[in-house]
Design a binder for this molecule. Sequence first.
Ligand SMILES: NC(=O)c1ccc[n+]([C@@H]2O[C@H](COP(=O)([O-])OP(=O)(O)OC[C@H]3O[C@@H](n4cnc5c(N)ncnc54)[C@H](OP(=O)(O)O)[C@@H]3O)[C@@H](O)[C@H]2O)c1
Length: 253
Amino acid sequence: MKALITGASSGIGRDIARCLSKKGYYVILVARSESKLNELLKDLNGNGEILIADLSNDSDVDKVISKCLTENIDVLVNNAGFGVYGNFLATDINSELNMLKVNVVALHRLTKEVYKLMKTKNDGHILNVSSSAGLMAGGPLLSSYYATKSYVRSLSLGIYEENRRDRSNVHISILCPGPVNTNFNEIAGASFNLKSLSSEYVAKYAVEKMFKNKLLIIPGFTIKLGIFFQRFICTKWLLKIGYRIQVKKGNGF
Ligand SMILES: NC(=O)c1ccc[n+]([C@@H]2O[C@H](COP(=O)([O-])OP(=O)(O)OC[C@H]3O[C@@H](n4cnc5c(N)ncnc54)[C@H](OP(=O)(O)O)[C@@H]3O)[C@@H](O)[C@H]2O)c1
């Protein structure tokens, strides 16, 4: 059994790789940070391999796709991603375009090619990492990040239904965590202001639910509650509340 995990060098991806390895999977660990991936592989007693790839680069994505196909993987975890924090007028366009390439384009390409592979053998799991951001009205001060996560959710939901109608044994799941204690905020240029879950907890929960073929995976009671109740609040109010929460993460945006 083989699994490929993108963004395996830290946070949620690293802990998902640990969980899958514990279940006996040979893990293919993808990210840019070679030393972190080697360290993880050592922790996992070498049962896997690393693949250095920058997913904002098309030819690196080609390399990852061809690895998935030649290794005939059973599980794909599209986890690599990051955010860009700030007022839309102030954020750097190149950072945002890189984010779109990693969070959207690479995930889209990998999902398409691996889904085709899994359909031919009628077996496999794809776990696409979205966010609670992908379930919300919009995300002032993280607007382009929220949009990428909505894309991931929407794409995966559509594929889910096409796949279900084929009575396929391929399974697609969407992970939508709220705040998780990882390097995410530091990279996005923000600081944590909300109680966050540990990446170990989120990873364990996600892997367990993925193998139960759950479609939407939302770790943590508070986020589940928030998502449930937002349907009773009008969009403009949700955006005002969202702004108040996000503004506390930065300095004077
Ligand atoms: N933390 C949260 O609060 C939270 C909440 C909801 C959803 N999420 C989502 O969870 C996923 C994992 O994030 P995290 O919280 O675990 O953050 P993290 O600790 O910063 O991990 C991000 C991972 O993505 C990889 N990555 C980033 N840019 C890449 C690129 N250009 N090419 C290849 N790999 C790249 C990083 O590896 P290298 O830097 O080594 O390349 C790293 O392994 C993301 O999709 C994020 O949007 C996070």
